[in-house]
Design a binder for this molecule. Sequence first.
Ligand SMILES: [Zn+2]
Ligand SMILES: [Zn+2]
Length: 553
Amino acid sequence: MSNKKSGFLPDDAIEKMEEDIPKIVLKQFPSQPILRIGFMEGYEKIDFRVSGKFNLTDLSGEPIFTDVTSHLKWRSLLEQVHGATFIYSVLVTACREEAQALEMVERLRRLHPQVRMQRIGGQLVITGQMVNDNTKYRILAGAFETEAEAKKLLQKFMEEYAPRVIREKVKDPEGKIEVYDAEYDYSAMIENGFRIVPISDESTITLYGVKVGSGFNWESMSDRTYKGIIEIRVGNDARLCGISEITIDRYLKGVVPAEMPAGYPLEALKAQAVAARSEVLAKLGTKHNNDPYDFCANVHCQVYSGTTNEAESTDEAVGSTTGEILYYEDRICDAVYSAVCGGHTEHKQNVWNPPEEPYLQGIYDSKAEKDDLPKLKLTKEKAVRKWVDARPDVFCSLNRDDLPNILAYSKKYFRWEVSYSRKQLEDIIKKRTGEDIGTLYDIILLDRGVSGRLKEIEILGSRKNIRVKKELNIRRALSPTYLRSSCFVIDMEMGEIGTPLGFTFRGAGWGHGVGMCQIGAAIMALDSYKYKDILTHYYKESEVRSTYGPLEP
Ligand SMILES: [Zn+2]
Ligand SMILES: [Zn+2]
């Protein structure tokens, strides 16, 4: 292990770093926040066409071509290039308070001397007002040249945390890009990247052959049209990447219809718009720390496909709530949501890591008076068995006849069932966890949250037993795709010699179940609740505040 070479900081440098440093401003927006969305990655060439007049500048904004009107297709092509350099370390945990982070560093140094703290994010300022403090402290261990070396360190922190290997960029990528139109009227060789800046608001930029659903089996190619600025630059992977730079409301007009069908009632779409806006601002600066953009365009962040999905109803939902953000006390809510809670939402800390958030605590998905609420004990096996067989009168149960088709379709997600033969499930487990357990004997359901969602299971096999922790890992381990939710019970069909023949999963809901239940929100809207009522039903004690106005026309 060669720590010095790989950029590991000596102890005194760490102490200096940890002295009281004034809070930094992450982003300062004169009016509506601007976001950078990375929507293309890993390209040798990127082709585009611009409708309307535009300027082409280098990355610092220096003009290369000005006042261009061109109906031709343009091409950008990668020439000499070097990828970024990274070091690898273990992300042990993260928190929001500096004092807590320092205390953890001190404690964890007993486990490993190279534990350090890293500050990410910073304050968010819109029109001179600090609207949120997105500062986060990450507790890191080690610093290695290879991922494999860092992986060896994971074990040390497994007991208490959910550690993972992360990389930190220590040197930016570099390269030359040739950009030219189809008739070679314009051509230039540019260092590291360039920006296509439309002069009119109406202009659009079409990108050809954009990979859709990267990393998933539904990957395909399609042409996509974007508004706002497009930046094409050398990515960390020594390939071209494309970034869309747009106002947050423009982004939301693309995101909201991808997250909630545009045919849902307007008040539900407005609740979705405010939730998405809040989530985006709460997470700004804390994801994609090594990338030249704020969010990716995949499910990892939020699915964004330019103007492709835009619809009148969702445009109205975003426009009529412009600047409105959900707050809990003085902080923007990380207003997460999922498709169908199944009747009860889940505590955030049962699905992801601490800290717990007061506004992301599980609720019974109904407006029934407190005294009328059923006394569910969904952390208990017996109660969950009853629960998945019942169709309680909650918002997302869709227990009614007058449903529009777009909602009736979702009935099958409220309660569901899936069966596998033992052999099928053994193959799935092997493929999805990478562990060969041999013959599958049993699956022990160890620990559940308030909505009945499992937090930990143990899979018993002839070769070995494995434990799977966390909602998403459980859903992945037991399905070729993902189980609809981790709120389920298992019925085993036993063979004559005491080995199971098959497994049937019966479950409730679709998704992680934290925060707003989208189907529940749609039903609340049908029942004449307003978007603010919907938001405060799912995000307890939160409040909608106005932070920025509409853009000047
Ligand atoms: Zn992402
Ligand atoms: Zn629900």
